[in-house]
Design a protein around this ligand. Structure first.
Ligand SMILES: NC(=O)c1ccc[n+]([C@@H]2O[C@H](COP(=O)([O-])OP(=O)(O)OC[C@H]3O[C@@H](n4cnc5c(N)ncnc54)[C@H](O)[C@@H]3O)[C@@H](O)[C@H]2O)c1
Length: 422
């Protein structure tokens, strides 16, 4: 079976190529990929090449297919899985297989399995670890975005607070506490502002403070997840451009009523941001260093006095579990979360290599791609203008306008039927 795919050959070397996938083995599954959203972590892989923990050392001769946030249709099932998976079913994938201690993951490690491809072969370990997941929703893009959402959900589940009586950890964000999200107006930040609002009332924090240094992103965030919407959930939501504040420590501490923060997420791998996060930890506060750095010697100064006397603790999470992904799918299907808030651009398979390489240069949030089609990377914000000359964009603009300017199932159907994918 021929496929077009974007393959990584090493640092800063991505190529869109057409090649043959081998026939599947009896323990593998062949899929057609409909959506693949681009993650900042793939940009980091591109910058690191072989130095990345998940990248094989022979990638220059056996390139891997990038993309790990994907969904689509099952088109052939190996004998071993015929009872569990059927041709025609929709799927999504939890790429952190953690198979027998291996870091191998689609989008980083596999020659024939990654999202930036028209077709892919799902390896047996995906099924064995229950990471290939049935999807029943109508929009493929929600299934793709369940992966980044699952990382966010995992990050929240991993927060803990200590119990001085028996050392047991109370898992999750502190009920009624203060949450701080540093670098929180990027796509992952948006997801992490939304998620705690979905918690049951008695489990919600009382306050979420979000910092960023990008005004345009902060404005978009406030529009999409407004302080008013949070207030309806009894959560005080505050956005701050930290670059414009003279004494950010004081400002953040004042907001916390001098208590500091119970749960802190660091969304950008910058030393000063990590140190600020550490300084903001309140008693028994937890810092989740969510943004993986590219430098494997990345260091920041932390206060070990507080670690000893005030139970401040630091950890990091990468990826989510299959249960986190199922939770993300469930929340999206019940419209409790709106993963589309993360998406700013759509594109086809021909846009992926450049869109990945320019992820930090082109303003915007998450890029959602449709590997079955060719389409330049296009901002949703440009649909209206493009629609004046192009019927497709006129229709897409109308569909998004009906959904608060967000990408949506109706727009996806318009796009896929225009290109005869469905
Ligand atoms: N742990 C995981 O499972 C997981 C999964 C996906 C992505 N990630 C990582 O999470 C991070 C966030 O993802 P993203 O896609 O939102 O990335 P992003 O780079 O788009 O967002 C980071 C934000 O930080 C802001 N920022 C930069 N410098 C700052 C500063 N000094 N102070 C405050 N804000 C600052 C930027 O303006 C940007 O809005 C990335 O590092 C990504 O690789 C982690």
């Amino acid at each position: 079976m021929k496929t077009k795919a974007v393959r990584l050959y090493g640092a800063d070397d991505l190529r869109l190529e057409e090649f043959d996938l081998p026939p599947i083995k009896q323990d593998e599954i062949l899929v057609k990929i409909i959506t693949d959203s681009i993650c900042m972590s793939t940009y980091k892989l591109l910058k690191q090449g072989k130095k990345h923990k998940r990248c094989p050392q022979d990638v220059d001769v056996n390139p891997i297919i990038i993309g790990h946030e994907f969904a689509g249709d099952i088109i052939e099932v190996g004998q071993k899985w015929k009872d569990e998976f059927k041709v025609g079913q929709k799927f999504t994938i939890q790429p952190a297989f953690n198979y027998k201690g291996s870091l191998a993951s689609p989008g980083y490690s596999y020659r024939f399995c990654g999202g930036a491809s028209q077709y892919a072969i799902i390896p047996q370990e995906a099924m064995e670890t229950h990471c290939l997941i049935h999807y029943d929703g109508d929009a493929y893009f929600n299934a793709s975005l369940a992966e980044p959402m699952s990382c966010i959900i995992g990050a929240y589940h991993a927060f803990y607070h200590t119990n001085k009586i028996n050392y047991n950890h109370a898992m999750g964000v502190k009920p009624g506490g203060n949450v701080l999200i540093l670098g929180g107006a990027g796509p992952m930040g948006l997801g992490s502002i939304e998620y705690p609002l979905t918690l049951e009332k008695e489990k919600r924090p009382k306050r979420i403070v979000v910092t960023d240094i990008d005004d345009a992103r902060l404005q978009r965030a406030q529009l999409l997840i407004s302080p008013q919407r949070a207030k309806e959930k009894d959560v005080e939501l505050i956005y701050i451009n930290s670059a414009k504040v003279e004494n950010i420590d004081k400002k953040l501490l004042d907001i916390s009523e001098a208590k500091g923060y119970d749960d802190v997420l660091v969304m950008t791998p910058i030393k000063e941001v990590c140190q600020l996060a550490d300084r903001m930890l309140g008693f028994d506060g937890g810092l989740n260093f969510f943004a993986g750095p590219t430098d494997n010697q990345f260091r920041a100064e932390i206060n070990l006095y507080n670690c000893h006397y005030t139970s401040a603790h630091i950890f990091g999470t990468t990826g989510g579990t299959t249960d986190d992904l199922k939770e993300a799918l469930d929340l999206a299907s019940r419209q409790k979360i709106h993963p589309a808030v993360m998406v700013s651009h759509i594109g086809g398979i021909d846009s992926i290599a450049q869109a990945t390489a320019e992820l930090t240069k082109v303003p915007g949030a998450k890029r959602l791609t449709y590997p079955q089609i060719n389409l330049p990377l296009t901002a949703i914000a440009d649909f209206e203008e493009l629609g004046k000359k192009d019927k497709l964009f006129e229709q897409l603009y109308k569909a998004c306008k009906e959904h608060n300017g967000l990408w949506n199932a109706q727009a996806e159907k318009i796009l896929l039927s225009h290109f005869h994918v469905i």
